[in-house]
Design a protein around this ligand. Structure first.
Ligand SMILES: Cc1ncc(COP(=O)(O)O)c(C=O)c1O
Length: 407
């Protein structure tokens, strides 16, 4: 399968000169299989086109923001209308209140909303709110969980100091005993327990939250006066039309949102319960673009679609069809897959695959067949995907498994 990539290679060479490392952060393809395109020309619905014109069915969805399809007419229309009226102005537009009302109306634990730009901002605001609320320092987090890329949270500590990452105690996700031990270690200094809604750490199988783990986190916060934070930046509104821990019947005090809440337009949010309102209003947090109105208008339109369409049922159904199709195709060629976590957030790993060699080779072949997959990060199903898209991906998978077996 030949594939043109000369434009991509030329851009990478130019980028080497003017961008440190040629590219940085989570969208760098440095750790992706060889040949993955770095630069894209456009996106529409469920598809992406790289700068060389190759088209892909995109199971990364921008790493999460694309929930209703790239370039969604109603969402982008609302964005453009507000952009024409005013965006980053000297003060917020009325739509800020409208968006906060929509989120508070949608998320059961939330009584208020504050807006920012990235999921990292929302998590940092949650940390500050919890410390302001309790007057304490220590936070309990799960090993391997991602809460953003600020000095206190980045998984790669280059450029940070031990002080930046002080007052953190780690436990194992879904392990009640280890959570209790971490809370005990925090003693009377516990400000917050942070929880991912599911275990969606990179390189390892995903796990749904054990109801007893979520209940223990709630109980330990209630007993100590600490705040419970659910980081729904990645999974938010993809598993429920509410906070993802509504599925295990636990209400956090704070939840962090971003990515899909405005279908890719730049905005994130910290939502909170009344208990944390005073603390949230005491911290000083802001940014030049945090109050820009156009992304809020896009968010209002996105929330309308969350309320009024069957996107959740659709993405779940397609996710399950993809999972079944891939499992059957793999089995036909003698491979066994581990497809873990919720079907709407697929993660596909090969059994008996040290070094992820099979996964890398298979994903690279799928990419050449026009299906953009990720070998070690969970993926996303979007509302713009169709049954035909899933059938096409399964057919491509059949060919890629056959090729892998022959290799
Ligand atoms: C669970 C989770 N929290 C926080 C973040 C950080 O969000 P952002 O990249 O918008 O800062 C991410 C981003 O992938 C995430 O998945």
């Amino acid at each position: 399968m030949s594939r043109v990539n000369s434009m991509d290679l030329a851009l990478r060479a130019r980028a080497e000169a003017v961008i440190p490392g040629g590219m940085y952060g989570h969208q760098s393809v440095a750790l992706m299989p060889e040949g993955y395109p770095q630069f894209f020309a456009r996106a529409e619905g469920a598809h992406l086109w790289d700068v060389d014109g190759n088209r892909y069915l995109d199971f990364m969805c921008g790493y999460g923001p694309n929930l209703f399809g790239y370039g969604h007419a109603a969402i982008d229309g609302a964005y453009i209308d507000q952009l024409r009226k005013g965006d980053a102005m000297t003060g917020p537009a009325a739509v800020m209140v409208e968006f906060a009302e929509a989120l508070v109306g949608q998320v059961a634990h939330a009584d208020w909303a504050m807006f920012c730009k990235n999921g990292s901002d929302a998590n940092t605001m949650a940390l500050m709110t919890a410390r302001a609320h309790t007057g304490r320092k220590t936070v309990v987090l799960a090993h391997g969980a991602y809460h953003g890329a600020q000095p206190w949270s980045t998984p790669v500590p280059a450029g940070t100091t031990p002080d930046d990452r002080a007052n953190q105690i780690f436990c194992e996700y879904n392990d009640v005993e280890s959570l209790e031990k971490a809370v005990k270690q925090a003693g009377d200094d516990l400000a917050a327990i942070f929880a991912s809604p599911i275990k969606h750490d990179v390189f390892v199988d995903q796990q749904l939250p054990a109801p007893e783990y979520a209940a223990a986190a709630r109980r330990l916060c209630d007993q100590s006066g600490a705040l419970l934070v659910v980081d729904d930046v990645r999974a938010g509104f993809r598993l429920a039309r509410d906070c993802s821990w509504s599925l295990v019947d636990v209400k956090p005090d704070l939840s962090c949102w971003g990515k899909a809440i405005a279908n890719g337009h730049p905005i994130s949010a910290l939502l909170g319960a009344d208990v944390a309102r005073k603390a949230a209003s005491s911290i000083y947090v802001t940014g030049s673009y945090w109050f820009a109105a156009a992304a809020m208008a896009a968010g209002v339109e996105t929330l309308k679609l969350i309320r009024e369409t069957d996107y959740l049922e659709h993405t779940r159904r397609l996710g399950l069809a993809l999972r079944e199709g891939f499992a059957a195709a793999a089995a036909r060629h003698g491979f066994s897959l581990r497809q873990t976590g919720p079907a709407e957030l697929p993660l596909i790993m090969f059994d008996e695959d040290p070094g992820l060699k099979k996964g890398y080779a298979w994903c690279a072949d799928m990419m050449r067949r026009g299906v953009y997959l990720h070998p070690w990060h969970n993926m996303f199903i979007c509302q713009a995907m169709t049954d035909a898209d899933i059938a096409g991906a399964v057919e491509a998978a059949d060919g890629a498994f056959a090729a892998l077996k022959a290799a």
